[in-house]
Design a protein around this ligand. Structure first.
Ligand SMILES: [Zn+2]
Length: 583
């Protein structure tokens, strides 16, 4: 048996000693495995060994299938990718959330492991009922200020909540409490509010409706710690939540909530900050936490919301960080009006939503929050960085428009294509550049897609027309929009550019609907439209972005603008740069 177990890992996991190098990805052996019936299915209780010690563990529901198909069995060796140490009925039990099977078929137990239970006292047999004498993470046992011993003994962590287990108690701090929202529709009136609960393991959103709003709204206070049990665990409605949790809680009539006194073991707020430069790698609609220095505040303005037709207040802010990028962030309504921080302040945002308007932007919705000058090492570090370097640095932005808004120089330098290739622009994070180039080829197959006349999304031909899934409507004719691919050269190199409708219009000088009709009626005339587009020169503004297809990555170049050459302006620019050279 060549596989080595991580000696000493079980002790580290038992003590919840996250600082130990053995805590990360230890390799352990399953020396016993037992099915346990729980509401909604079967779970497996196992004993994990590192060859020296063993401890009890419970496999998360997601592992049930690999036990049932025999990929995981007694004596299998696994790598623990993610686990949490919990206390259940006075015993420590490791909840195993994520594993990799290292060796499935192993003949026998490795070493002669002994139990850790009771090891803090003199080592007594594990089956004698014990008074709780856990070693490390249960400081809550000792500091009994306001702690309910009975509830403490049965605590589950938020990360381990699932719909299959009904008997649990969490101890958590309310990091955010929403105002009461009301609705009126055909089915009646109603009201709701929600809170976010936080413990060391994670966060979960909880919502109360109608009667429960009356019962709980005044009782639950932001910042305070509570014991919560008998709430319903359901799948999270991700569109209404910014938290990273598959589940959420419904606070119901039978839900028990008890305030817990001063409790410092529960963190105030947990952020997982993303550098501004890395927001380029996030998808539209993702939620991120960022911390940045406020560089610009354009104040509040009023817009009419497209969806509701109602006026909304908004405030546009620009933030920078030490990844040397800036990003625009929008606050709405109450947040927009109450935001009050001088430029140069460090602000932390929880749950800001990524948008792709002009590259990348952020928007703080109703379930996000912010804190000005938070008391954290990260904030101090950024403040110091800003004072020493940041205040005088130049920041790249995700879009040219944003650059002009904030008075920065445009982030799209005019360069040569050879430079685009040599500098691998777009690798790692999107890059924007401009160049002057000549169109040498335009792909004539599928130059346009049938779009929805209302929302521009692609529509599909059906029996009785063109169907838009987004609008849930069928239209007699689609509105064709260009998605053009063309090859463009300058004096140094060549690239393939993709362009949407406005680029197609500029290059082909014809509306996409007319061109598609022409292709059907007179293909020679349509071919001529493509031929005529060749050997014309434009100033292009391009976004270079790395995209991964089937595990290979390549850079995609999207033409954002194609401007015919203004010879007078170009000449003036040239004269200017010559004069600069001579000066
Ligand atoms: Zn549509």
């Amino acid at each position: 048996m060549s596989t080595q177990l991580t000696s000493g890992a079980i002790k580290v996991l038992y003590d919840d000693n996250k600082d130990s190098p053995l805590y990360r990805d230890p390799v352990v052996q399953i020396i016993n495995i037992k099915a346990v019936a729980v509401a909604g299915g079967t779970r497996y209780r196992v004993i994990l060994s590192d060859g020296i010690h063993f401890m009890q563990a419970m496999l998360a529901a997601s592992h049930t299938s690999i036990v049932e198909d025999q990929s995981l069995k007694r004596n299998s060796i696994i790598c623990l990718k993610e686990s949490v140490c919990n206390i259940l009925q006075n015993r420590k039990i490791l909840i195993v959330l994520n594993i990799e099977v290292v060796a499935s078929d192993v003949e026998s137990k490795i070493g002669a492991p002994v139990t850790l239970e009771g090891s803090t006292a003199t080592s007594k047999p594990a089956d004698i009922p014990q008074t709780p004498t856990p070693s490390k993470p249960a400081s809550s046992f000792a500091s009994s200020s306001g702690a309910n011993m009975q509830l403490e003994a049965s605590l589950t962590s938020i990360k381990n909540l699932n719909p299959y287990q009904s008997r649990w108690t969490i101890k958590a701090r309310i990091t955010q409490k929403s105002p009461i929202k009301t609705w009126h529709n055909a089915r009646g009136d109603g009201k709701l509010f929600s809170v976010n609960f936080l413990d060391q393991s994670g966060e979960i959103k909880a919502t109360a409706f109608n009667d429960q709003v009356d019962r709980l709204y005044n009782m639950l206070e932001e910042g305070k710690v509570y014991y919560i049990s008998k709430a319903r665990v359901t799948m999270a409605k991700k569109q209404f939540s910014t938290l990273n949790n598959e589940y959420e809680l419904g606070l119901e009539n039978g839900t028990e909530i008890e305030a817990c006194g001063a409790e410092s073991s529960i963190p105030q707020m947990v952020y997982s900050f993303v550098k501004i430069a890395d927001i380029g790698k996030r998808e539209k609609g993702d939620n991120v936490d960022i911390i940045g220095v406020l560089q610009n505040d354009l104040g509040t303005s009023e817009i009419i919301a497209k969806a509701s037709g109602k006026p909304m207040k908004k405030r546009e802010l620009t933030f920078v960080d030490d990844s040397n990028m800036s990003i625009r962030l929008t606050l709405w309504d109450a947040d927009a009006e109450s935001f009050d921080a001088p430029t140069g302040s460090v602000v932390a945002f929880k749950g800001a939503r990524v948008g792709d308007f002009n590259g990348r932007t952020l928007s703080l919705g109703g379930s996000g929050s912010h804190k000005v000058n938070p008391d954290s090492p990260e904030a101090q570090r950024l403040q110091k960085w800003y004072a020493e370097k940041g205040a005088s640095a130049n920041f790249e932005s995700f879009s040219s428009e944003m650059g002009s808004v904030t008075g920065e120089s445009l982030a799209t330098p005019r360069i040569k294509l050879q430079q685009v290739r040599e500098e691998n622009l777009g690798v790692g994070k999107p890059a924007y550049f401009s160049f002057r180039g000549t169109v040498v080829f335009v792909k004539s197959e599928n130059p346009a897609y049938p779009g929805c006349p209302t929302c521009k999304k692609k529509v599909l031909m059906e029996e009785n027309g063109w169907r838009c899934e987004k609008c849930q409507k069928t239209y007699p004719t689609p509105d064709y929009k260009y998605i053009l691919t063309c090859s463009v050269e300058d004096s140094t190199s060549q690239i393939f550019l993709n362009g949407f409708d406005d680029i197609g219009l500029t290059l082909l000088n014809m509306d996409a609907n007319r061109l598609i009709a022409l292709k059907d009626s007179d293909s020679a005339a349509a071919t001529l439209v493509f031929t005529k587009a060749l050997y014309k020169t434009y100033n292009f503004k391009v976004r270079a972005k790395e995209e991964v297809y089937n595990d290979t990555s390549r850079i995609k170049y999207q033409a954002l603008e194609a401007t015919p050459i203004d010879f007078i302006k170009e000449s003036k620019d040239m004269v200017e740069s010559i004069e600069k050279l001579l000066a």
